[in-house]
Design a protein around this ligand. Structure first.
Ligand SMILES: Nc1ncnc2c1ncn2[C@@H]1O[C@H](COP(=O)(O)OP(=O)(O)OP(=O)(O)O)[C@@H](O)[C@H]1O
Ligand SMILES: [Mg+2]
Length: 349
């Protein structure tokens, strides 16, 4: 890699739609990804994440709308002219080649001088921490190391943008955490605009500058991880990012008043940590509402205990922090819940 990298470029997606035969898989996608951003497509299986990523790389059926990389309209251009680097879930390394050969391959195809290839491959291997293992074959590497080879092979050709499709999904839990940090470090070091695909909200939250949440080929919301969690625009986003209490009907408080009315177009939402669980009679302060309920279920999760509490016709999820010696409630206990009413959101979608 050259010492001075080219300026990071952004990506603009304008009213993109894409169908496989009669099946419309992406609908009216509008997105602007900023230069140097770590941007994630997050959504359930089949929501269109890979299709959208592949469309940016130039794979798949011709879409409607436009895709721009930097100032270049690349819609309809073949993949090899776009200068994007893509890492696939199955690393697709060549088993008979050493690590060094695997990484060098893309440069050799470009007829670059051997000396420069060696320097650039060394630099890429140093970046991913694999220089010591350069002479091994993929079968002699761990899953995480193979993942690093795939990454080195992609960045060595200095792509304008980096596309990662679930690159961590076949690693074990601990390695995933390590690798997602390493990928982020590398991305920051290179200031390389990166689009990451995952269905794992924790992975998205811990890495991304911004996330686009997809469902059924439609972007539901774009925002920073905290924005999406704190200010979801609809039920889908509220539910997909973390646990949410989503109520359609009124909630009765301890003094018999109804906190909200039924409205078929509106959903009331608050998070489990917006409720505090207490012994009766309970102690509500300003900006709170006192609710009465009975514990139905308890899950011990280490740092917190998650309760399901029946309140009127609803079952509310309540998170209570846990430390040794702190009182825990049991199924069947009558309890008071204090709801922080400032954090109630009304969703219309
Ligand atoms: N080559 C294809 N031909 C027909 N339909 C396809 C093709 N590729 C994907 N699809 C369909 O398009 C939809 C979106 O698929 P896509 O692979 O983009 O989902 P995804 O969000 O990446 O899911 P996953 O998390 O499972 O990887 C799915 O309904 C899928 O069945
Ligand atoms: Mg996919």
């Amino acid at each position: 890699m050259s010492e001075i990298r080219p300026e990071a470029v952004g990506v603009s997606i304008e009213n993109l739609s894409l169908s496989f035969g009669d099946t419309e898989v992406l609908r009216g996608v509008d997105l602007t990804i900023e230069p140097g951003e770590f941007f994630t497509f997050l959504g359930p299986s089949g929501s269109g994440k890979s299709t959208l990523l592949r469309a940016i790389a130039g794979f798949g059926p011709m879409p409607g709308g436009r895709i721009l990389i930097g100032a270049d309209d690349v819609t309809g251009e073949p993949p090899w002219t776009r200068n994007v680097g893509m890492v696939f879930q199955s690393y697709a390394l060549w088993p008979h080649m050493t690590v060094r050969k695997n990484v060098a391959f893309g440069l050799e195809e470009r007829k670059i001088m051997a000396k420069e290839i060696k320097a650039r491959v060394d630099e890429a291997l140093i970046l991913v921490g694999l220089l010591d293992l350069a002479e091994r074959r993929p079968s002699q590497l761990s899953g995480g190391q193979q993942q690093r080879v795939a990454l080195a092979r992609t960045i060595v050709v200095e792509p304008r943008i980096l596309l990662l499709d679930e690159p961590l999904s076949n690693l074990d839990a601990n390695l995933r955490i390590q690798m997602r940090r390493d990928i982020l470090d590398l991305q920051r070091k290179l200031k390389l605009t990166t689009i990451f695909v995952t269905h794992d909200q924790e992975e998205a939250n811990t890495t991304s500058d911004r996330i686009a949440v997809l469902d059924q080929g439609i972007i539901q919301q774009v925002g920073s991880p905290m924005q999406l969690y704190d200010e979801p625009v609809n039920r889908f986003v509220a539910d997909f990012l973390g646990t949410a209490n989503l109520l359609d009907g009124p909630l009765e408080t301890a003094d018999g008043t109804h906190l909200f009315q039924s409205d078929k177009d509106r959903t009331v939402m608050f998070r489990p940590q917006d409720l505090t669980i207490q012994s009766l009679p309970g102690d509500a302060g300003p900006d709170t509402a006192l609710l009465l309920g009975r514990v139905e279920h308890r899950e011990f999760l280490g740092s917190l205990i998650r309760y399901n509490v029946a309140v009127g016709g609803h079952t509310l999820t309540v998170d209570d922090s846990h430390s040794a010696g702190r009182q825990a409630f049991s199924p069947g206990d009558d309890v008071a819940l204090v709801l922080d009413t400032r954090n109630i959101r009304i969703l219309t979608g």
